[in-house]
Ligand binder design. Structure first.
Ligand code: URA
Length: 208
């Protein structure tokens, strides 16, 4: 439940993105804050028509404190442009706002957030939805989709189709479209084909 003051785990009851960002910087709602460099809060216009949510910040995002500035972000940028979106007009964020990783030598390897971590971070995503009130929510990958629609949601079943908000988020946006995460495109054996399908989903989302 939102509280009137940040208590280290829950967002303040506010639609002021600056206030929410400040409060999120001190979030201790799950253990991920201990190893991450910083909270990576969403970024974009306060009244963006479209909110894009990914899984969690990666290595570069963790260092720079901004969403989608690493390799997946670069792919997302070119795909968005090809589908006719302007990145600066979008509000970009993540389902989980701290980088989860394991160290392998000097490298930090992305680790998928647990359901508990996704649930712990959900109130921040909901607070961003309340503040931005986008018309369309674009969910990149299963973690973002399951943060909004629950753990039984299957991306493969609903990919590219317009979805109504779940009951508890009714009124916060008109429709959502779910597609794959751009990092899965980077890992795909046939990257060109995966990228073309990703762009086609973004174009479908634009038509919504
Ligand atoms: N992957 C995500 O899901 N979000 C980012 O911000 C970067 C990579």
């Amino acid at each position: 439940m939102p509280t009137t003051r940040a208590d280290g785990a829950a967002p303040p009851d506010s639609t002021d993105l600056t206030r929410l960002r400040r409060a999120a910087a001190d979030c201790t709602g799950c253990g991920l804050h201990r190893d991450a460099t910083q909270t990576v809060f969403g970024e974009g216009p306060r009244r963006a028509d479209i909110l894009v949510a990914g899984e969690q910040p990666g290595d570069q995002e963790d260092k720079q404190g901004k969403p989608f500035v690493g390799p997946a972000g670069r792919l997302l940028d070119t795909a968005l442009a090809e589908a006719g979106f302007e990145r600066d007009a979008l509000y970009l964020t993540n389902a989980v706002k701290h980088f989860k990783f394991t160290e392998r030598g000097k490298r930090r390897i992305h680790e998928k957030p647990s359901r508990t971590e996704v649930v712990a971070c959900r109130p921040w995503l909901v607070a961003e939805l309340r503040a931005v009130r986008p018309r369309l929510v674009l969910l990149l990958g299963a973690t973002a989709a399951q943060s909004v629609y629950g753990s039984s949601f299957r991306l493969t079943r609903h990919r590219g189709e317009p979805l109504a908000p779940p009951d508890d988020l009714a009124g916060l946006f008109d429709a959502a479209v779910v597609t794959v995460h751009p990092s899965s495109v980077l890992r795909a054996p046939d990257r060109e084909a995966a990228r073309a399908e990703f762009v086609a989903d973004l174009e479908a989302a634009r038509a919504v």
